[in-house]
Design a binder for this molecule. Structure first.
Ligand SMILES: [Zn+2]
Ligand SMILES: [Zn+2]
Length: 290
């Protein structure tokens, strides 16, 4: 019999013991980031995003607001990671970044954050190379800080599209930060299911059309196929033969199921990415990689 009292994460890890260490490290970084006061994003910013398809954090005013907020906390967060019980490489990478930041002026410290937030891959790679820093770790950690600073209501798909039959925003990039999605979530809607996309950077979810590749826009179903991993009935890979990218798609028991939040996190199905890699497929939307 299923006990309702068990922690859904405990149940999940019992089924996937090989993910225990990943979950532990993820949790320690969460603790290092903490729960800061989210930045303020007014209704008119949302209106502008819907009208101009310009993500909120790419609007000058709010981008600056976010950069300032990350700037205020980044050194504390990395200092906490350096002290946490995380793998030595992460501790070292955090210490390395702190040492680089220390003598820099405010504008130079913000340069890292701006390059991450604007997704200027070349600029961020060049910065990390110049200072010999662990690019993937720093970028993904800055995204974790950004995610913590985005107000919870902005991450709710119903906020972006209160009426799914008449969506106001259904682009293939995040309405809050502009990143491409990392996971798709087929959730029950009326008689069927609707597709939400999940941002691997800021954690926002938003509505997207049910059919086609979320990355290149290919809607030719002859050029799409799915991979259904053995032993996983609630996750599948939607593969595009036009651009050779795939997206992990969650189609679990939705609504009030308390384990939904786990499956919407990229790390929780990292074993499926290995499967995809074996097939020569390319992943998108993960902040460690891009
Ligand atoms: Zn986002
Ligand atoms: Zn595609």
């Amino acid at each position: 019999m299923k006990s309702k009292n068990t922690d859904p994460m405990k149940r999940f890890l019992k089924k996937h013991p090989f993910l225990a260490e990943t979950e532990r490290v993820h949790r320690l970084v969460d603790a290092a980031v903490g729960t800061p006061e989210p930045i303020q994003l007014p209704a008119r910013a949302v209106t502008k995003t819907i009208a101009e398809k310009l993500p909120i954090l790419q609007q000058e005013t709010y981008r600056r607001r976010m950069v300032r907020a990350v700037y205020m906390m980044q050194e504390e967060v990395f200092a906490r990671i350096a002290e946490a019980d995380v793998p030595p490489l992460m501790q070292e990478s955090a210490r390395g970044y702190l040492a680089v930041l220390k003598p820099l002026r405010k504008a130079a410290k913000e340069e890292f954050i701006i390059a991450v937030l604007t997704q200027d891959k070349e600029a961020f790679a060049a910065l990390c190379q110049r200072y010999d820093l662990n690019e993937g770790f720093i970028r993904s950690t800055i995204w974790r800080i950004i995610a913590a600073l985005v107000p919870a209501e902005m991450k709710d798909p119903d906020m972006w599209n209160p009426d799914r039959d008449r969506p106001r925003f259904s682009e293939n990039y995040c309405p809050v930060c502009g990143r491409q999605p990392v996971i798709a979530d087929l959730r029950k809607y009326r008689q069927g299911r609707a597709r939400d996309l999940v941002c691997g950077g800021c954690g926002t979810r938003w509505h997207y059309t049910r059919v086609g590749c979320v990355y290149c826009g290919n809607t030719d179903l002859q050029k799409m196929h799915t991979l259904e991993p053995e032993g996983s009935d609630i996750m599948r890979l939607d593969v595009c033969d036009a651009c050779h990218h795939y997206i992990k798609t969650y189609r679990g028991p939705v609504d009030d199921d308390t384990s939904d939040f786990i499956y919407r996190q990229d790390w929780a199905t990292v074993h499926l990415d290995l499967l995809a890699e074996e097939q020569g497929l390319q992943k998108k939307g993960n902040p460690i990689l891009e």
